[in-house]
Design a protein around this ligand. Structure first.
Ligand code: 13P
Length: 249
């Protein structure tokens, strides 16, 4: 059975004092038992978040990591380091990493491998740009991103994968994919997994939607058959709106 998940990607927002306040508000909440809630603070605040939420059902995720376990890679953080502070989930392939830090599918495949070999869960992000959608190429782009970055993994590894479809044109723009557009592509993603692996794997993987999800549109988006939750940016920075989105399930 696939899980319902709402994850907040805090990006490069929230210093330690803001992180402290937001986590305190989330800690007070009793979330629905069937919804897995996650937050991804900045690296500097990960240990604090991990310690603070240790006895709490909210999962702490990193926003990125390096593909190697250690080495002379100034400024980077590895899976081993994340695990050592109790962080076992990592967002990989976010469109901002792809666009601004030149992360391509070959690199992401290595990062996925590092996450899996360290028994971490990877939230694998992908999604088309506006030009692709306008040209009707979004299905091809999404299939390619999956094939090139993820489809080398073995069947047994799928239980450590969460997918996050995030159309680039909907991220931080206030423009959301309509619930029908989200359902259409999520169904396509599941079909693509089924064709490359099996129906059981396709049915069991959680596929999140990301891109301008807000309290006002979350219920309709989460209500789609193949949408299993959301990866939330801006609206996850405010406790009230993030809590409302979690409760929209
Ligand atoms: P917004 O919710 O701010 O559009 O960001 C989505 C996102 O990029 C989450 O990873």
């Amino acid at each position: 059975m696939r899980k319902k998940i709402v994850a907040g990607n805090w990006k490069m927002y929230n210093d330690l004092s803001e992180t402290t306040i937001l986590l305190a508000a989330l800690k007070e909440q009793v979330f629905p038992e069937d919804v897995n809630v996650m937050v991804a603070p900045a690296f500097t605040n990960l240990q604090y978040a991990s310690d603070t939420l240790r006895e709490h059902p909210v999962t702490v995720a990193a926003q990125n990591m390096h593909q190697s376990e250690k080495g002379a890679f100034t400024g980077e953080v590895s899976a081993v380091m994340l695990k050592s502070i109790g962080v076992e989930t990592v967002i990989l392939g976010h469109s901002e990493r792809r666009a601004y830090f030149n992360e391509n599918s070959a690199l992401l495949a290595e990062k996925v491998n590092s996450a899996l070999s360290n028994n971490m869960t990877a939230i694998f992000c992908f999604g088309e740009e506006l030009v692709d959608r306008k040209a009707g190429k979004h299905f091809d782009v999404v299939r390619e991103q999956l094939e090139d970055g993820l489809f080398h993994i073995s069947e047994k590894d799928w239980k450590h994968i969460i997918l996050a479809y995030e159309p680039v044109w909907a991220i931080g723009t206030g423009e959301t994919a309509s619930p029908e557009q989200a359902q259409e592509i999520h169904q396509f993603i599941r079909k693509t997994i089924s064709e490359n692996y099996s129906e059981a794997i396709a049915e069991n993987v959680s596929i999140l939607y990301g891109g301008s999800v807000k309290p006002a549109n979350a219920e309709e988006i989460f209500g789609q058959k193949d949408v299993d939750g959301g990866l939330i940016g801006g609206a996850s920075l405010d406790a009230e709106s993030f809590i409302a989105i979690v409760n929209a399930f």
